[in-house]
Design a protein around this ligand. Structure first.
Ligand code: DAT
Ligand code: MG
Length: 151
């Protein structure tokens, strides 16, 4: 199986609403492999670094206040096509546009409380994994399911 990895975070609203297991379930049952997970409250400065490309947007400050307002579940998921398909599981940025069946479509209403983050491409995935995790926090192991998931 390919070693493609993406960074996924359950934001403070998802944690507070009790959606941790619901969200993990959707990635797990698809067949993706969890390679890192931790619960933390990011600082405002850390949130600003994470969302650096959105600096200057009118919602930037509120977004960073929000991300640092409570516990976040930070994860790395691995699997063939996980970056792009992970975004598909998550759904459109605004839950008003997210299709039913997606995480945001099924579980969220407003764009500023859209419960989950996912890397939007290979470069951001790499950068975000490096920002949130130390190399030794990424666990290398063989999933027993791999031989049934991949030809
Ligand atoms: P995504 O999280 O789908 O990658 P993004 O990277 O464009 O979306 O924006 C990051 C987050 O910022 C997004 O999840 C919610 C917030 N956001 C984006 N656009 C917004 C807007 N117009 N008003 C308020 N919050 C917004
Ligand atoms: Mg984004």
């Amino acid at each position: 199986a390919e070693l493609e990895r993406t960074f996924i975070a359950i934001k403070p609203d998802g944690v507070q609403r009790g959606l941790i297991s619901e969200i993990i379930h959707r990635f797990e049952r698809k067949g993706y492999k969890l390679v890192a997970i931790k619960l933390l409250i990011p600082s405002k400065e850390f949130a600003e670094t994470h969302y650096d490309d959105l600096r200057g947007r009118p919602f930037f400050n509120g977004l960073c206040d929000f991300l640092s307002s409570g516990p976040v579940v930070a994860m790395v998921w691995e699997g063939q096509g996980v970056i792009k398909y992970g975004r598909k599981l998550i759904g459109a940025t605004s839950p008003h546009n997210s299709e039913p069946g997606t995480i945001r479509g099924d579980l969220a209403i407003s764009v500023g409380r859209n419960i989950i983050h996912g890397s939007d491409g290979p470069e951001t995935a790499k950068a975000e994994i490096a920002l949130w995790f130390k190399p030794e926090e990424l666990v290398n192991y063989t999933s027993n399911a791999e031989k049934w998931l991949y030809e």
